[in-house]
Design a protein around this ligand. Structure first.
Ligand code: FPP
Length: 248
């Protein structure tokens, strides 16, 4: 694994940096278009980039990395692109599963799995089970994920618990609701990065990112390097987070 940072020389990043970074990996299509290649070529390059960013996490002190791979809205893309992406996810999970175990990466998936094909669902289950005991980087892949859909699904389950008498309405609050979200085992993201120059959050981690810091960078995802990732982690250290409180 590439050594990105000498922990002796730069001990502060790991201490003061973000523990949970979430990434909207945007720009694969434009990257491919610039090379006069099909969109899927860009997605393949994007998938290769994921590995380098995951590998960079331990030395930067990033314990949780959450990446947006496919949104509930991405089904609107052409059938060719959707099928290509689904195939890419199957290949990626199959190929990377053993590497995740070797590198102590715990994999989780968030999103609604029911619309995904059964083979892909089985691979997702297998990757989660295989890495269950890994104690290093927590990699969460958002697949068929939408923030509104997640809140709606959580609310439905919460309502079922209320209807069944397992939860009383007066106990529904900011502590209770997140326990029903797909991210119930994850801390909220400290930093959300979006590549490709677009400054919007596109239905990603709506509840969880209420107090996240944001970085929008122009780089297209397949060009987003471990060095640029490290620079963003470093600049996060100079931010003052007040969570709605006053300046000290
Ligand atoms: C957005 O770029 C990217 C996606 C919708 C797919 C993200 C997928 C990957 C990075 C590759 C696979 C990931 C894994 C985990 C294997 P876009 O297509 O919207 O780009 P554009 O805005 O330039 O058209």
């Amino acid at each position: 694994m590439a050594r990105l940072i000498d922990p002796v020389m730069q001990p502060d990043i790991a201490r003061s940096g973000p523990k949970h970074v979430a990434v909207i990996m945007d720009g694969n299509g434009r990257w491919a278009k610039m090379r006069k290649r099909p969109r899927l070529f860009g997605h393949q390059a994007g998938a290769r980039r994921v590995r380098q960013i995951v590998e960079a996490c331990p030395k930067l002190g990033v314990d949780y990395l959450t990446i947006f791979a496919f949104s509930t809205e991405n089904w609107k893309r052409t059938q060719v692109e959707v099928a290509g992406l689904m195939r890419l996810f199957r290949i990626y999970i199959t190929r990377e599963m053993q590497a995740f175990v070797r590198e102590n990466v715990r994999v989780r998936f968030i999103g609604d799995r029911q619309r995904l094909d059964k083979n892909l669902q089985a691979l997702m289950d297998e990757a989660e089970a295989l890495t269950e005991r890994c104690s290093g980087t927590n990699l969460t892949i958002a697949l068929n994920y939408g923030g509104r859909d997640e809140v709606a699904r959580a609310t439905r389950r919460l309502a079922e618990d209320v209807a069944a008498g397992r939860l009383s309405p007066e106990h529904v609050d900011e502590e209770t609701l997140p326990r029903y979200l797909d991210t119930c085992l994850l801390p909220d993201p400290d930093l959300v990065i979006r590549t490709s120059g677009e400054a919007r959050i596109s239905n990603f981690l709506l509840w969880q990112s209420a107090y996240s810091e944001y970085e929008f960078v122009d780089t297209l995802w397949p060009d987003f390097s471990a060095q640029e990732f490290e620079n963003l982690i470093q600049s996060y250290g100079s931010r003052v987070r007040r969570y709605g409180g006053a300046k000290p």
